[in-house]
Write a protein that binds this ligand. Structure first.
Ligand SMILES: Nc1ncnc2c1ncn2[C@@H]1O[C@H](COP(=O)(O)OP(=O)(O)OP(=O)(O)O)[C@@H](O)[C@H]1O
Ligand SMILES: [Mg+2]
Length: 295
């Protein structure tokens, strides 16, 4: 099982704006796509498209929370849902020709006991051969360092613990030494030098948009270029990359191969306008490279 943990899930709405304006300058969506979101849910949907079992773990509230969970189940993802005080948020991406604008809901108020109860349920269910992705932002109400607490609690119980976060939460969880961290370049630079070179993840993979990935193992850096792509929507590319890495690791790939396959999956996801949506050929190529069968 691949557990995709996100404390602040979302209903993600992507709107492609019509270049022609409506009456009084109102913008009209030429098309709209809506999916269960929040970074961890994107990872879970990508893992599933690659044929591996995924459980999305999150805190949910209100009708939007129900909608997100239902969308996950329809995508074949198992759901382990805890209760949040308020209503699950909505995130909006507007695509206006080449311009992309993201508006992110902040998320519901969560009481620390609600997050703790969810962590206990994951600990009770996770098996030693499982993989975990801990991804995304933290909703209001939780104490700083909550992601570090989750890394420290989960890592000893599972085979592999990956982290994708930003800012102070990334800095604290970094020092809890997950197996892998996947910050983008800006998130990595914001960490500060003393944290970057200090004790931390065994593997660090810094995503660099269309330039691909740099990754580090035992102090040595390696580069993986991204294949050329015509981007339709780059939102969630890092989540797709992490889903690809975890699915490849679950299928037995060594880290260098898993990261290279992850870059391919990240790039494939930018060619579709949906978030965390892979073209079928990308799924086929992934399995051909691994010598496995898509299911
Ligand atoms: N324009 C692009 N062309 C080709 N590949 C891309 C492009 N943008 C992203 N990718 C692929 O996706 C991977 C992750 O992208 P990026 O560094 O933008 O992640 P991110 O900032 O974490 O994204 P998000 O937070 O939206 O998930 C890259 O390593 C690359 O493989
Ligand atoms: Mg990212």
């Amino acid at each position: 099982m691949i557990w995709c943990v996100g404390l602040n899930p979302a209903w993600d709405v992507v709107m492609g704006l019509d270049p022609a304006r409506g009456p009084e300058g109102v913008r009209v969506a030429a098309w709209t796509e809506a999916t269960p979101g929040g970074k961890a849910n994107n990872v879970a949907r990508v893992v599933r498209q690659l044929g591996q079992p995924a459980t999305a773990v999150g805190l949910y509230g209100g009708a939007v929370g129900e909608l997100v969970q239902q969308g996950l189940r329809e995508a074949g993802v198992h759901v382990l849902a805890g209760v949040a005080e308020g209503a699950t948020r909505i995130c909006l991406t507007e695509l206006d020709g080449p311009r992309r604008r993201e508006v992110r809901g902040r998320g519901p108020e969560v009481h620390p006991s609600q997050a703790d109860a969810l962590l206990q349920r994951v600990l009770a269910a996770a098996q030693s051969n499982d993989l975990v992705a801990l991804s995304g932002s933290v909703p209001p109400g939780l104490a700083p360092g909550v992601l570090a607490q989750w890394v420290a609690a989960l890592k000893p119980h599972v085979r592999f613990m990956a982290l994708d976060a930003a800012g102070d939460e990334l800095a604290a969880a970094w020092q809890a030494a997950p197996d892998l961290a996947v910050p983008n370049l800006a998130e990595y630079r914001a960490l500060g030098r003393s944290i970057r070179v200090g004790a931390g993840p065994r593997w660090v993979a810094v995503t660099r948009g269309r330039a691909g990935l740099s990754w580090r193992e035992r102090g040595r850096w390696h580069r993986i270029p991204a294949p050329p792509a015509t981007p339709a929507n780059a939102t969630g590319a890092g989540d797709a990359l992490l889903g690809g890495v975890l699915a490849a690791l679950a299928l037995g790939a060594p880290m260098a191969d898993a990261l290279a396959l992850g870059v391919g999956i990240g790039t494939a996801s930018v060619a579709t306008r949906g978030v965390g949506v892979l073209p079928v050929e990308a799924v086929q190529q992934f399995h051909t490279a691994l010598g496995t069968a898509p299911s």
